[in-house]
Design a protein around this ligand. Sequence first.
Ligand code: MLT
Length: 364
Amino acid sequence: MLPDVGEMLCFHGVSRVFRAFLVWRGIVMLAATVASGPSQAGAPLSDVSWTRRHLLGLEELSAAEITLILDQAAEFKRLANAGQTKLKHLAGVVVANLFFENSTRTRTSFSLAAKRLSADTIDFSAGGSSLSKGETFIDTARNIEAMGVSQVVVRHSTPGAPLLLSQHLNASVLNAGDGTHEHPTQGLLDLFTIRERVGHVAGLTVALVGDILHSRVARSNIWGLTKLGAHVIACGPATLIPPHIERLGVEVAHDFDKILPRCDCINLLRIQFERQRSGLFPSITEYSHLFGMNGERLKKSKRDIVILAPGPINRGVELTPEVADGGNSVILDQVTNGLFIRMACLYLLHQQRLGETHVPCPRS
Ligand code: MLT
């Protein structure tokens, strides 16, 4: 009998059994995806409405649902550019940001997104909380939820932590990054930025370069890009590419210079030192020599190649300053667009809740 996963997760991590459960679930989902054939790109947007209570990953979203979020974000961006920076859509709603792992961009972006929609926000970080007194992850979240919270944004180093919360809270749960699993809003803002810069995603060749093995950004990018019809190349040292990743519909490459001329976009992933065991590549110098984006490589690329990086960037490792700050880089556009993506996600989940709980007033 499977133990109750809810009882197994505490702040310091999950048991081996829960990890095994997650890996197993991943394999089942992968098999289902492969069996369901090609992506659902091109599904008409007008036929789709948002029906999900939670945003846990891009794996479970259809192309039409992803496009719905991108279009909603584009609308919020249009309104902001027209001077409408304070909207009322979430007035009276309380959004809690529960961050059990460090963050600069995602945390501030979710917080500002909620404020731009007039929500009240609670910002919680693990350091200095009652977790150090032995309170469990779920009890902590339930206590915060009891303050009238209807949306919980959660980041945790354990894959599956947001899924677990979604099974124990009434609030909607938004995954702000769970270990090596997914970072859906980062994947969405990458898609948005590519679509904004190029005009479309379908048909593009996009390389994810670097530490694919430990990157939740890579996983969300793979799901999102393939569903919207892009060709994805996972490029990096063999030790940093997960085995059998081709089954997700991506090409695998170990020679960056060879694939570079074919790429329309490159997403440069950070080496996730905090999640790695040592010895996966000889040295940083060698890594950046083989896989770093620099001025020389830029000359061998398509003239309008789009350079993305999720941040934080390590200048001189994944890319040189001339690339990070050059005309092909959209790194700061990604940060700007992240705000509108998070507004769209908060708004759509709120709309779903209203649809579920709204009882029309009886006519007199
Ligand atoms: C993440 O939280 O995964 C970041 O956005 C990317 C990184 O840390 O490299």
